[in-house]
Design a protein around this ligand. Structure first.
Ligand SMILES: Cc1ncc(COP(=O)(O)O)c(C=O)c1O
Length: 387
């Protein structure tokens, strides 16, 4: 294996496009200099498109979890009630955050690997009419499930004034999100996944009705007080020192998304998901989720006749190919493949070919090339449909 060659196919952080890397290498500038104000102003329209919102998209120096905490602490007060949907370990994180802030949690846990059902939330809201917010995970990275957040928002709004909060950390930038149209109240993401940037930025957008709730909340904390970020971004600045180099990178990443087109980016992610699923299916290797629930950005594979962890370390050792392990109750049982951001169908074919070698080496009798051929067929069929 070449010493510094690696294929980073975990569900974040993800590889960085060379033009984004170059943009981040620009000399440092003052964070209150007009050049930074201009950069923040230039970035806004692109970010709004990615979120599918007319609202300002707030930019915070922090990881994705800062977004989860900001969503909780700004919208729900200590002693108030919330529904937290736990469809995997990131939903569980939302619960921990709510509990840490004294929020009363009504928990709805799905089978891990299955999407949540909005109708269950309807029932819970009828039972607990005091609920102020429903916390959901758009893509549950620990299981590779894409949850029906648009449908959730529709159902919640039918029966309650509770705010709908969505963690979009591992999917925004890889789908055509329509925050305003769907009726999401707070949508957050991080930089290091489908946004094609290094870790270090959190983005959050907030609906008008959520702003009303947030403004009336006297206890929003300090660093993650979203009102400060909103008031600053209206002046093309940030309340605290922004991660300036990452902003340069963000500007370029948004240019790339714009040039490819958000609909095309989303179609590429769906195609990559379908190729990967077809490849494992061709070998009879079980996937954790159904096709309907399969995320366009991350796929969880649950092998039943070879060891997931042994396979992971083998492909890393032999080919420098990194995929992620299972988390929480799925630890040791699955491996997770990230196919988001700076990832193409060509990359997918390469990783499938390497997976096949790894699976053969892990001791399973397989016909190498069968998965690659299945993925190629998906590529050709999809190409036919889009002609
Ligand atoms: C869905 C989801 N939410 C939250 C997070 C936490 O983000 P971070 O590790 O950047 O704090 C992650 C990270 O993998 C995630 O996938």
């Amino acid at each position: 294996m070449l010493q510094d060659q690696q294929y980073l196919r975990i569900p974040g952080p993800t590889p960085i496009p060379p033009s984004v890397e170059r943009a981040m290498a620009k000399p440092m500038v003052g964070h209150r200099a007009s050049v930074t104000d201009d950069l923040l102003k230039k970035i806004q329209p692109g970010l709004r498109k990615v979120f599918g919102t007319d609202q300002d998209v707030l930019i915070v120096a922090g990881s994705g979890t800062a977004g989860l905490e900001a969503a909780a602490v700004n919208t729900v007060r200590r002693g108030e009630e919330a529904i937290v949907i736990v469809s995997g370990s990131f939903g569980a994180r939302f619960e921990k955050i709510c509990l840490a802030h004294g929020i009363i949690v009504h928990r709805y846990e799905t089978e891990w690997g299955e999407a949540f059902e909005p109708e269950v939330v309807r029932g819970m809201l009828e039972e607990h009419p005091g609920v102020k917010a429903v916390f959901s995970t758009y893509c549950e990275t620990s299981t590779g499930v894409v949850n029906p957040v648009a449908e959730l928002a529709r159902v919640v709004r039918e029966v309650s004034d509770a705010l709908i909060i969505a963690d979009g950390v591992s999917i925004i930038g890889g789908v055509e999100a329509k925050m305003d149209e769907w009726g999401l109240d707070v949508l957050v993401t991080g930089s290091q996944k489908a946004m094609m940037l290094p870790p270090g930025l959190m983005f959050a957008a907030v609906s008008d009705r959520a702003w009303n709730v947030i403004e009336a909340n006297p206890d929003r904390g300090f660093y993650l007080d979203l009102v400060q970020y909103r008031d600053s971004i209206r002046e093309n600045t940030t309340p605290f020192t922004p991660a300036v180099s990452l902003l340069y990178g963000l500007d370029q990443a948004l240019t790339l998304l714009e040039e490819e087109g958000i609909a095309e980016v989303a179609a590429r992610h769906e195609l990559m998901r379908d190729m990967i699923r077809a490849a494992f299916r061709a070998h009879g290797i079980p996937l954790l989720t159904s096709d309907e629930a399969g995320s366009p950005t991350v796929t969880a594979v649950r092998p039943d006749d070879f060891d997931a962890e042994g396979f992971r370390s083998l492909i890393h050792r032999e080919f420098g190919l990194a995929v992620a392990s299972g988390q929480g109750k799925l630890e040791g049982k699955i491996f997770r493949v990230g196919h988001m951001g700076y990832c193409s169908p060509g990359d997918v074919l390469q990783m499938i070919a390497l997976f096949e070698l790894g699976i053969a080496r892990a001791g399973k009798q397989i016909e190498t090339g069968k998965g690659v051929a299945a993925a190629q067929r998906v590529y050709l069929q999809k190409g036919e449909q889009t002609k």
